[in-house]
Design a protein around this ligand. Structure first.
Ligand SMILES: [Zn+2]
Length: 707
């Protein structure tokens, strides 16, 4: 459930990794419509006239035009002003943005070998293009000149934010450094790029190798047939046909730990997981992790920050490490206390079954499944008949209509990129057009996994014209066979609302600058809009209005709603504490003030000691396999998931107090939280809506961690 942003900088990372070369050169037959503004209803991309052979020439011309615009700004002999430098830079690159918007959306949702080959070719060229802009010294000198006059310029809030972001973008990329420091900065970046890649590769190698090979069918006791089948397939793929293989991928070990009746084998598999990347072999990550943390600390120092966390967090709503620790510490105490209560429940269950042992970490999944079945006996298959895709989508539209007066009109005249895609014109309460919105719900081979929101075009304003956004939601729900209804699981229904929440955030965007508009907000703020929407999906007032049995039309029974609500709190002590512990481990690694290499396992043990962790609950990710922070983009950022949850739980309280569809609260939510996008300080926006900074209490209550 991620929201994919598409800044030019990130493009290279999205390009297909295993693309095949096209077998034959495709020649374009029609005019290349990517090269000029689309002359279509609502500015919709003319998918029916865009050919694969158009992309590469459009990228090339787009980069050329963009570079000419950038050089004209950099080499201007006029004194630098906000308009001729910062705003001009923001407005540059029309053809390139248009091409990026169409190509990368379709490469994610409707790709083929030719497109993947283009992605592979274009990725590095776009990265170089972006570097050439970032490292242009004349350009930076002009941006800096404007930045230094900031106080005298009488800029609007939005303009000041754009100037600040533009300047910081250069500085964070090392533009202000000189001589030795600049050289060392580049060296560190190169070294980090190698080490983080190595870290990720090591984790993958360890994860995919066999951690438990079963040869005797009796050792499969308790496992569901689907788990046995996929273990057989894994074994066969790894040259062990006729046996059953389990790896350290969560999809492999979680079901084993949940259902295997063999305590000794659960111990074996789980212990292998706990030692992932810590086996003193070629895939060992202990030293690599410590080096990465030390290099990040050194780079932060060069750039003038106290720690790497300070460097990361200034760009986020949390702003600094103290605020992150404040939240995590506040959650840790009740979560651990709750986990201890849950542990007692598990022990009681084991005792009842006549087990003569103390619960260990590898028993947690197995016994918590038994306690779950005991306390909340219901089958998720019981829910499915009530969640028909069309009803769930209509419910999301109805919630938006009741809250904000917006309407959704099908537009069958607008071209779509696949027959499964539906197009809607979204209109505001006054009838004006807010957005063009596509939904693309069904899984297919040409689509990557997951669910996301993206834009083909951002919203912005220029010369009194308000250019409205073009937005898509992509999901991977199973397509029913002809004549059958598309039924969703409860998680899928939540996903639909979640992605609709991101989309709605984009639809009501009301900014001047595309780079600050809509969902272009800090990472720890962006999930607020989406998670908020999930609250309505599950509200007892809303559920029975749309969760209707597909055969009988009967609304979902009250007792099922009740079970749904209460089962949400099950095992939250464990889930919260293993997550918060990992978030704190991340923060500790990235608040090192000295760039000295630590002993990774000693460092981690000291964190566990400080927290008073119990051995039955382990960090969700231990240092040698914490890819989010050592190989991905979540360094000093793993806290972000729960940060956004605090926001949505606290924000939704206001609706609970004043009424789920209170018009004043809805209007204030739209104006203060959604419309400004990234053009203001998110905490100030939040306080304008809520009257105060968010409180952690509603989340603690929602997770059932209260006293
Ligand atoms: Zn999301």
């Amino acid at each position: 459930m991620t929201k994919v942003l598409m800044p030019l900088l990130a493009i290279a990372l999205l390009s297909g990794a295993c693309a095949k070369q096209p077998t034959e050169e495709t020649v374009a037959t029609g005019e290349n419509l990517l090269l000029s503004e689309f002359d279509t209803p609502l500015g919709a991309p003319p998918f029916d006239s865009i050919e694969v052979a158009h992309y590469l020439p459009a990228f090339e011309q787009g980069m050329e035009e963009h570079m000419a615009e950038v050089l004209a700004i950099a080499e201007s002999t006029e004194p630098a002003t906000f308009e001729n430098t910062v705003e001009a830079l923001e407005r540059s690159g029309d053809t390139l943005s248009r091409t990026v918007g169409v190509f990368y959306n379709l490469n994610g949702s409707n790709t083929n070998d030719e497109m993947q080959a283009i992605a592979k070719e274009v990725g590095p060229r776009l990265a170089k293009h972006q570097d050439d802009i970032n490292l242009n010294e004349a350009l930076f000198a002009r941006v800096k000149a404007v930045y230094e006059q900031m106080d005298e310029l009488e800029l609007s809030t939005e303009q000041a934010k754009l100037l600040d972001e533009t300047y910081k973008g250069f500085v964070r990329g090392g533009a202000n450094l000189e001589g030795e420091k600049k050289a060392r900065f580049r060296e560190i970046n190169e070294e980090l790029s190698l080490l983080t890649t190595q870290f990720g590769e090591n984790v993958l190698k360890e994860m995919n190798s066999i951690a438990l090979l079963i040869e005797d069918e009796a050792d499969l006791a308790g496992l569901p047939q689907s788990v046995i089948d996929s273990a057989a397939a894994t074994a066969e793929a790894q040259g062990e046909a006729g046996k059953w293989a389990f790896t350290l991928q969560r999809t492999s070990w979680t079901p084993f730990l949940e259902s295997s009746e063999r305590r000794d084998l659960r111990e074996k598999l789980y212990t292998a997981y706990l030692n992932l990347g810590n086996n003193d072999n070629d895939n060992d990550n202990k030293v690599i992790a410590a080096k990465i943390a030390a290099l990040r600390a050194e780079r932060a120092e060069i750039l003038g920050y106290e720690t790497h966390a300070a460097f990361v967090l200034e760009e986020n709503m949390a702003e600094n490490a103290d605020n992150v620790y404040g939240l995590l510490d506040r959650l840790w105490v009740p979560a651990l206390a709750r986990a201890k209560t849950e542990l007692a429940d598990l022990q009681a269950m084991a005792d009842k079954e006549g087990g003569d042992f103390e619960i260990e970490s590898w028993d947690w999944w197995y016994y918590s499944e038994k306690v779950r079945a005991d306390k909340y006996a219901f089958d998720s298959e019981q829910l499915k008949p009530y969640f028909e895709l069309d009803n769930v989508r209509q419910a999301a539209f109805d919630v938006a209509n009741k809250l904000f007066g917006v309407t959704f009109e099908p537009r069958r005249d607008v071209p779509v990129y696949h027959p499964d895609v539906l197009a809607y014109e979204v209109k505001d309460a006054d009838g004006s057009t807010l957005a063009l919105y596509y939904v693309d719900y069904f899984a297919r081979e040409s689509k990557r996994g997951g669910a996301w929101m993206n834009t083909f075009r951002e919203q912005w304003k220029v010369d009194g014209e308000d250019v409205r956004p073009i937005i898509v939601n992509v999901c991977n729900f199973s397509k029913p066979s002809e004549g059958q209804p598309a039924l969703l699981s409860i998680d899928e229904a939540k996903t639909l609302f979640h992605e609709f929440g991101h989309a709605f955030h984009g639809m009501v965007a009301n900014g001047t600058y595309a780079s600050l508009s809509g969902t272009n907000v800090p990472r720890d703020f962006v999930e607020l809009g989406s998670q908020m929407m999930e609250n309505w999906a599950l509200a007892p007032e809303v559920l029975p209005t749309y969760a209707l049995h597909y055969e009988t039309g009967e609304p979902i029974p009250a007792e099922l709603i009740e079970k749904l609500q209460t089962s949400g709190q099950f095992n939250q002590g464990f889930t919260t504490s293993e997550y918060v512990a990992a978030s704190l481990l991340d923060m500790d690694w990235h608040t090192l003030a000295e760039p000295a290499e630590k002993d990774a396992m000693e460092f981690e043990a000291a964190v566990a000691e400080r927290l008073g962790m119990i051995p039955e609950v382990v960090f969700r990710y231990r240092t040698p396999y914490f890819s989010h922070i050592f190989a991905g983009g979540y360094a000093a950022g793993y806290y972000g998931y729960v940060w956004a949850e605090v926001l949505d739980a606290d924000a939704f309280e206001l609706f609970k107090e004043k009424g789920l569809f209170n018009q004043e609260v809805a209007q204030s939510y739209r104006e203060n939280i959604l419309e400004p996008g990234g053009s203001e300080n998110p905490m100030e926006m939040y306080v304008r809506f809520r009257g105060s900074e968010p409180s952690v209490e509603p989340l603690i209550e929602r997770r059932g961690l209260g006293g």
